[in-house]
Design a protein around this ligand. Structure first.
Ligand code: HEM
Length: 400
């Protein structure tokens, strides 16, 4: 399948987020554990069946935290110094896990849902006042997501927009780091730090208020403040990028499958199930979920050595015909429970209720207000962003 002797396929696969890459089927059938080279030129194993993907995500032989070890194999250049990264593990370390998890609990999301609906409504008021066509990335999915994330995190709309715009520039998948990424990070961290240290932050709603109270109650240290600021930023990025990309690709699929969109519009009670199928169908995660093997093992008969980088191809698992009938067909009535769009095992997404609600509210509002939603340009003219962490169109011009 590939001219170079030491890889089986070129990586990354197609950046298009509207159709699953053809090579996915070939990989599953011929090379379910295939050799690729990452953006940094490091060798990696690409895993493309549902069975092997879920095994990697659930097996302790494959570690997420080992990715941060110095000198290890890389998926792409680390954009920020290691000290600028934090994870759920770090939250546990500083005793913050429960505080953070409460922010994303179904109860907290339910409390915030009115604000999500209001924002979606306001944006659609502007969009309908202007009339078609409108770019739904600039005018809907980005500002809506910034607002949703700002709401749950207790930040102002302006602060949410700054973080959303900033990370839209800098979170790239590139062979070498670049100056703008660090400058952008510092700008975002400085803004969040300043807000955390304001005396009235303890009265703020959402995560900011909870963290501000935590630091006052537990005695502040500069290290704890660093951790809190990083965590707020990292959660904003993890949540904002994922939800915005998923919503945008879902709108695109509804615009491409107009009969199903119309069915969903007239069957709003089926929205939860439809969102589950849109999650399965989503090609947003473009670069695989990475793990490092922490001991010698095997995968589908392929020996894997300690230190090897393994990439789980999400669309490989989600379009596997061994698990999903006619997987290339979008079917909003199917109930695709086994999809791995939120991962699996110990690192399973920490905020699935927020993720699903973000999409459900937005899609319901769009379908209700804009029947007949369709692409304003030929699908093959969509400009798919390269070198970015998600598969995403630069613009999504829609008519209704
Ligand atoms: C549609 C939206 C979302 C998708 C598709 C998504 C997907 C994922 C996936 C695939 C993982 C596992 C990564 C891996 O195993 O390598 C993950 C983990 C995580 N997600 Fe989400 N996510 C979404 C929304 C969110 C939101 C809104 C937040 C919170 C603000 C969030 C916070 C996290 C965190 C903190 C983890 C790490 C969990 C851990 O390491 O234990 N995600 N997400």
């Amino acid at each position: 399948m590939n001219a170079h002797a030491d890889v089986d396929v070129e990586w990354p696969l197609s950046r298009r987020g509207d159709v699953v890459p053809d090579v996915c089927t070939w990989l599953r059938e011929h090379k379910p554990v295939a050799r690729v080279r990452t953006f940094t030129g490091d060798p990696a194993w690409l895993v493309s069946t549902h069975e092997l993907a879920t095994r990697v995500l659930q097996d302790d032989a494959f570690s997420m935290s080992a990715l941060a070890a110095p000198g290890g194999r890389l998926q792409y250049a680390p954009l920020f110094p290691a000290s600028n990264r934090s994870s759920v593990k770090d939250m546990v370390g500083v005793g913050l896990r429960d505080t953070v998890m409460q922010t994303f609990s179904p109860h907290a999301v339910k409390e915030a849902i009115g604000a999500f609906r209001r924002k979606a409504g306001e944006l659609l008021d502007d969009i309908t006042a202007e009339g078609p066509p409108v770019d739904f990335r600039a005018r809907f999915t980005q500002p809506y997501t910034a607002s949703v994330m700002a709401t749950v995190m207790g930040l102002s709309e302006d602060h949410g927009r700054l973080l959303m715009d900033g990370f839209d520039i800098s979170i790239m998948t590139v062979p070498r780091t670049f100056e703008g990424a660090q400058v952008n990070l510092e700008k975002c961290l400085a803004r969040t730090r300043a807000r955390l240290l304001e005396p009235d932050a303890v009265d703020a709603p959402g995560l900011l208020g909870a963290l501000a109270r935590f630091r006052t109650e537990h005695g502040t240290t500069p290290e704890l403040d660093d951790e809190i600021v990083l965590m707020l930023n990292n959660l904003f990025v993890a949540g904002g990028l994922s939800t915005a990309a998923f919503l945008l690709l879902s709108l695109l699929q509804l615009a491409l499958h107009r009969d199903q969109a119309e069915w969903l519009r007239t069957h709003p009670e089926s929205m939860d199930r439809a969102v589950e199928e849109l999650l399965r169908y989503s090609l947003a995660i473009g670069d695989g979920l990475p793990r490092i093997a922490v001991r010698d093992t095997e995968l589908g008969g392929q020996p894997i050595s300690e230190g090897d980088l393994v990439l789980v191809l999400v669309e490989g698992a989600n379009y596997d015909p061994a698990v999903f009938d006619d997987p290339n067909r979008l079917d909003l009535t199917r109930n695709p429970k086994e999809h791995v769009t939120f991962g699996a095992g110990r690192h399973y997404c920490a905020a699935t209720c927020l993720a699903r609600t973000h999409a459900t509210v937005a899609l319901s509002a769009v379908l209700e207000r804009l029947p007949g939603l369709r692409l304003a340009i030929p699908p093959e003219e969509i400009n798919w962003r390269s070198g970015w962490i998600k598969r995403t169109p630069e613009r999504l011009p829609l008519l209704w």
